[in-house]
Design a protein around this ligand. Structure first.
Ligand code: PLP
Length: 370
């Protein structure tokens, strides 16, 4: 039996190879390699897809978050409420602005920011809330936006795992004053390298991000008006992203179908499953199981099925963030110990769910001795 990888971005690129090759050839022939027609076209297409006014392509998802925060004016001493059950980039972006990440616990079902924990974390230095739509599952935006509005806080969505996800009839990324996407190769919309985007309805924020991604310049006079580096989306990645954006909805549908298979095949497994949310896009399908580490080991060595752990340890236990207090986050800490991400990328998992779930059920019997 061939090994099943947890994810394999090259298989998606291979699947759409013709349009990716055409996109690359188009950029090479265009003779303009930085901030040209391909970046413009992708920015317009992605903003249109999300139903927002502006999209600004940047170097990667972490920079998308950092520039979102900077464009909002968040700076040293400000506190930003976020979660610890996430990728490091979420909190790194906050800390790199000099701001303080205030980690709150997540909801056990959605695994996203628990609105009940937010109000107690608000102080007179809190300026923003940054929820993460973990694994493509929408956070409770209705309640989180209401809290932000009531306390006059900025809302920044970390949409790095939520391309195309919806809640309340709208795409994620359209709720925040500003929202950030990553196009890292494994994401639901991923390029052949690094890429990211900031989206917003506010033209001033969009203009600021455009300046901050490009040496603090504004307009054509090449005068730096802000301290800023270089964080542009490049033309090649933008052209590839436009080619893959047209496949995003069908890819997300395939992920939903695989998730439905998993749900059916694991109904009697005793494992905790993600919520059955029709707006979710299943960047990951993470099951909740005791003895997670031995189950992962069993699947890899005895069944040839690779899985992944997201995220362990949680960010409040990383040395870089230890100076920001040591909150007790019991739900986060429990999930961090027990979540195991199954293969869900369509090019890997379609047609393999029976083999994967049979292996998983055998593993549960082995590792939990049932
Ligand atoms: C991938 C990811 C990021 C950062 O994206 P990069 O492009 O790798 O910098 C940020 N937040 C979350 C939740 C992510 O999954």
């Amino acid at each position: 039996m061939p090994r099943i990888p947890q994810s394999a971005p090259y298989l998606r690129i291979s699947r759409y190879r013709e349009s990716v090759d055409a996109a690359i050839a188009g950029v090479i022939g265009s003779k303009q390699y930085i901030l040209g027609a391909a970046v413009d076209a992708f920015e317009q297409a992605f903003a249109g897809y999300l139903g927002v006014r502006h999209c600004v392509g940047v170097g990667n998802g972490t920079e998308a978050l950092t520039l979102s925060l900077r464009a909002l004016g968040i700076c040293a001493g400000d506190e930003v409420i976020t979660v610890a059950l996430t990728f490091a980039g979420t909190a790194q972006a906050i800390a790199s602005c000099g701001a303080i990440p205030r980690f709150v616990d997540v909801d056990a079902s959605t695994r996203c920011m628990d609105p009940d924990q937010v109000e107690a974390a608000i102080t007179n230095r809190t300026t923003a809330i940054m929820p993460v739509h973990l694994f493509g599952q929408p956070a409770d935006m209705q309640r989180l936006c209401a809290i932000a509005e009531q306390h006059e806080l900025a809302m920044i969505e970390d949409c790095a795992q939520a391309h195309g996800a919806t809640t309340g009839g709208r795409k994620l990324g359209s709720y925040g004053h500003v929202s950030a996407f990553s196009f890292y190769p494994t994401k639901n919309l991923g390029c052949v390298g690094d890429g990211g985007a900031v989206v917003t309805d506010d033209p001033r924020i969009a203009e600021r991000v455009k300046s901050l991604r490009n040496y603090g310049w504004e307009g054509a006079d090449r005068i730096s008006r802000h301290i800023a580096g270089n964080s542009r989306l490049d033309e090649l990645q933008a052209a590839i992203l436009s080619a893959l954006l047209v496949e995003l909805d069908s890819g997300n549908s395939e992920r939903r179908a695989i998730a439905a298979d998993y749900r059916r095949l694991l109904a009697d497994s005793g494992l905790g499953l993600p919520p059955d949310d029709p707006g979710a896009v299943y960047h990951q399908f993470a099951v909740n199981c005791p003895e997670r580490d031995s189950l992962q080991q069993y699947l890899a060595t005895r069944e040839g099925v690779d899985t992944a752990v997201h995220y362990c340890p949680p960010l409040h236990w990383h040395p870089a963030f230890s100076g920001f207090g040591q909150p007790r986050l019991p739900v986060t800490e429990g999930l961090s110990k027990n979540l195991l991400s199954l293969p869900i990328q369509p090019e890997v998992a379609a047609g393999a769910t029976e083999r994967i779930t049979r292996a998983l059920n055998r593993g549960v019997a082995q590792c939990l001795g049932s």
